[in-house]
Design a binder for this molecule. Structure first.
Ligand code: URA
Length: 240
């Protein structure tokens, strides 16, 4: 048994300071009944707790979430100049941390988790998982561009990139698959071949696909999807 306010604090629903007010304001139900007493004991293994109608799971459960990040927000917990991705996270997920980042103007698949080890493993350079981007850009990618990406292109500032896959989709459109996450990586790779990117969207990470998740929305990954993320290993054949 556990106090309701402690249970919600561990679940990362709100700052500890605010949780009592959240409960007193009648937003929390236990087994379908509004409970306004923060000290009320609940059985976390069997009681169903909701906040604003959303089910709250115990704080120790591992959560991995995908977001369809819109353009115009930065991947940071807070920022002085721009809105952040946090505004799109439902309240019960507000303590999750992003895995990696997408630029201010880039849309698409962004993962969040409360599992620091998983986040760390996925962004470690030697485990970097393959990320797939859809880009709209100036010009049309040629076979020469494809070869240069395959051999590891050089950015305009002389930085050498790891081999990557460039797949032209016709005039002004390409798919790009990379395994590293340098600052503005894809935009700079494309710019190095005079293909300024006007629109960029991450559509996949490893075997995970953004699919038809609407812009600005989030969903939890299934157990199978988390398993696939954990199984990611550097695949030498990728660039073969
Ligand atoms: N490459 C970019 O240029 N921007 C991103 O957000 C991700 C990859």
């Amino acid at each position: 048994m556990q106090r309701l306010d402690r249970f919600l604090a561990e679940a990362g629903v709100e700052s500890r300071r605010k949780i009592k007010d959240v409960i007193r304001s009648g937003r929390v139900c236990v087994n379908g009944t509004v409970v306004k007493v923060p000290e009320q004991k609940i059985d976390e293994s069997s009681d169903e707790v909701t906040l604003d109608g959303n089910m709250i799971e115990g704080g120790k459960r591992r959560v991995v979430l995908m977001m369809h990040k819109p353009a115009g927000c930065v991947t940071a917990a807070r920022d002085d100049r721009y809105p952040t991705v946090m505004q799109y996270l439902p309240a019960q997920y507000s303590k999750l941390m992003p895995i990696g980042r997408l630029d201010l103007e880039t849309e698409g698949l962004l993962l969040f988790t409360n599992d620091g080890d998983l986040a760390h493993r996925l962004i470690m350079p030697k485990h970097q998982i393959e990320k797939t981007y859809y880009a709209e850009h100036v010009g049309t990618a040629t076979q020469e561009d494809v070869e240069i990406f395959r051999n590891g292109c050089e950015l305009r500032d002389g930085t050498k990139c790891l081999p990557a896959i460039l797949q032209p989709l016709g005039e002004g459109k390409s798919l790009i698959r990379v395994r590293e996450g340098k600052y503005h990586q894809v935009r700079r790779m494309m710019a190095s071949r005079s293909m300024t990117v006007n629109y960029l969207k991450r559509i996949g990470e490893g075997e995970l696909e953004l699919g038809d998740l609407p812009l600005g929305m989030t969903r939890e990954l299934t157990r199978e999807e988390v398993g696939k993320l954990e199984a990611v290993k550097f695949d030498e054949k990728f660039f073969g």
